[in-house]
Design a protein around this ligand. Structure first.
Ligand SMILES: [Fe+2]
Length: 328
């Protein structure tokens, strides 16, 4: 063993090998510079067109952003706000991790006034958010909604649809209980930071007829659900990877969508390899919901790569994005 180590040290000390390693590392330098200083700021717009559940909802435009991880209001956030303004969405949905800790509340205070949408700005709670440290109050101070296991009715062309914001740890069964308390034939948007909720929700949400709901209740406050991980039990075989319609390009879907789940959390992996995608994601299900559109009948989940970064401030082959979902 000692003999093998000596050979290894000798080989590494060799000037030839040292030069070879430097030569191999040389092309990585521009890639590292690009990943650290250019790609995190190259925001793109991903456009998704889906069939509306009913005629009245045609033309509804909603913007989906996630994982801001605000530490300081740098140019990526100003660019995101400018992009959102240029897209003129009817509502803006933010699916969690708006901040990293209570230190982000100040930058959040500066960022939120830049967001304006006629039907409102709705945010849910990610694993880095601090609902108990005043984040909800910050959103509300700017007239926005921070929904923790809570649903709001929104009206468009005289038809009500619902936005349900989940706590990061709320399970699929908890979400289903909340959905069951909403009008069955209404269009529902679920803000779920963690896409791992897909299995429990997509299997249970059935195709519905699509009649407009016009009841007058403006708001339902729903009980927070008990927490659990939502991952497979030990010894259970992992669930198969669901069909991802598209992860990086614009897309049109012909089938009507009754339940639209918006998620983030994975950051698309932040660092991707060509023809492979994310090297790692923060999700317990790994690459299963890396990013993109995951349809299942009238159920559709969109997982965004997010706006900000976490752990290391770099992105490679995984641009930050603003998603624009239009009902046609
Ligand atoms: Fe995140």
């Amino acid at each position: 063993m000692i003999f093998q180590k000596r050979i290894l040290y000798k080989a590494l000390a060799s000037p030839i090998l040292s030069r070879l390693l430097k030569l191999l590392a040389l092309p990585l330098l521009p890639i590292s510079l690009y990943a650290a200083f250019i790609e995190p700021y190259r925001l793109r717009v991903r456009r998704i067109r889906v069939k509306a559940l009913c005629e009245e909802l045609r033309g509804l435009k909603l913007a989906h952003i996630s994982d801001l991880h605000l530490n300081a209001l740098d140019r990526r956030y100003r660019r995101a706000a400018a992009l959102l303004r240029s897209l003129s969405p009817d509502l803006i949905c933010i699916t969690g991790d708006s901040i990293n800790s209570a230190d982000g509340l100040g930058p959040l205070h500066e960022f939120l006034p830049m967001l304006r949408a006629p039907l409102g700005v709705f945010a849910s709670c990610g694993n880095h958010d601090s609902p108990l440290l005043g984040e909800k109050e910050v959103f509300e101070a700017h007239g926005h909604h921070f929904l923790v296991d809570e649903a709001r009715a929104v009206e468009f062309h005289g038809v009500k649809f619902w936005v349900l914001g989940l706590h990061f740890l709320t399970t699929a069964s908890g979400a289903l209980e909340m959905l069951a308390r909403l009008p069955e034939d209404a269009f529902r948007i679920v803000l779920a930071h963690n896409p791992d909720i897909y299995d429990g929700l997509s299997a249970a949400v059935s195709v519905r007829s699509g009649c407009p709901y016009t009841a007058s209740a403006p708001c339902l406050d729903l009980d927070p659900r008990p927490v659990s991980s939502g991952s497979s039990a030990p010894g259970e075989s992992p669930a198969p990877r669901p069909h991802c319609l598209t992860s990086r390009s614009d897309c049109s879907l012909d089938s009507p969508v009754s339940t639209l789940v918006l998620s983030g959390h994975t950051h698309g992996g932040q660092i991707c390899l060509p023809f492979y995608g994310a090297v790692l994601t923060a999700s317990r299900t790994g690459k299963r919901f890396e990013s993109g559109l995951f349809p299942a009948g009238s159920f559709l989940m969109n997982v965004t790569t997010g706006v900000g970064t976490f752990f290391f401030d770099a992105r490679f082959l995984c641009r930050p994005e603003v998603c624009l979902i239009e009902l046609i």
